[in-house]
Design a protein around this ligand. Structure first.
Ligand code: UDP
Ligand code: MN
Length: 197
């Protein structure tokens, strides 16, 4: 078994939906490595059971809070103090190498052929919700994305989704990312939803 792991974090049942889709997107990209998720006490037992179906390691950790209200207010994201909990990743010493991915990312194939030894190029952390000056690069590298990150408040699981047509309704502001948001929902519908019902 691989000594390397992809690691993510979830502190509640909502971010866990992101973690489930992330695990399936890594499997779709045929990763050879192990999957590990850090969970905090707030994550329900039912959700941990779902996570165990796709993650090799479901590790409970205590919440670490940056307590940096001033800077979080600058981001308008007061809830992100708990993201310090990511630091527990360093304690997964059973692995030789870990790559931490946010629970709001998706992963695309061809990872193994790319050189990430020296730096992380644009295509390794493409932000779905681009500001206008970012759009030219987004368009240029659209077909070469390795990791897509839904950074920002509007997570794919919060976007309106029609369960009959299976189409996500994306406002015009995010129209350039419509197909990527739809991809998140496709993975959710094809791989995750049945394990939740
Ligand atoms: N996270 C979490 N619970 C929270 C907020 C964040 O588990 O309430 C974790 C989750 O893995 C998430 C990461 O911390 O992907 C970073 O937060 P987020 O992705 O919301 O930040 P952004 O990418 O929008 O800056
Ligand atoms: Mn994120």
């Amino acid at each position: 078994m691989s000594k390397f792991a992809w690691v993510t974090l979830t502190t509640n049942d909502t971010y866990s939906l992101g973690a489930l889709v992330l695990a399936h997107s890594l499997k779709r990209a045929k990763t050879a490595h192990q999957l590990a998720v850090l969970v905090t006490p707030n994550v329900s037992q039912a959700m941990r059971d779902r996570l165990k179906e796709v993650y090799n390691v479901v590790q409970e950790v205590n919440v670490l809070d940056s307590q940096d209200a001033a800077n979080l207010a600058l981001l308008s994201r007061p809830e992100l103090g708990v993201t310090f909990t990511k630091l527990h990743c360093w304690r997964l010493v059973q692995f030789e190498k870990c790559v931490f991915l946010d629970a709001d990312t998706l992963f695309f194939a061809d990872w193994s052929t790319a050189d990430i030894k020296k730096h992380l190029p644009f295509v390794y952390n493409v932000t779905a919700y681009a500001s206008y000056c970012y759009l030219p690069a987004f368009k240029q590298f659209r077909d070469k994305i390795k990791i897509l990150h839904f950074a920002g408040k509007l997570k794919p699981w919060l976007i309106q989704f029609n369960s009959e047509t299976k189409v996500a309704s994306v406002s015009s502001e995010y129209a350039h990312a419509q197909d990527l948001i739809q991809l998140w929902w496709n993975i959710f519908c094809e791989n995750v939803i049945q394990s939740l019902s």
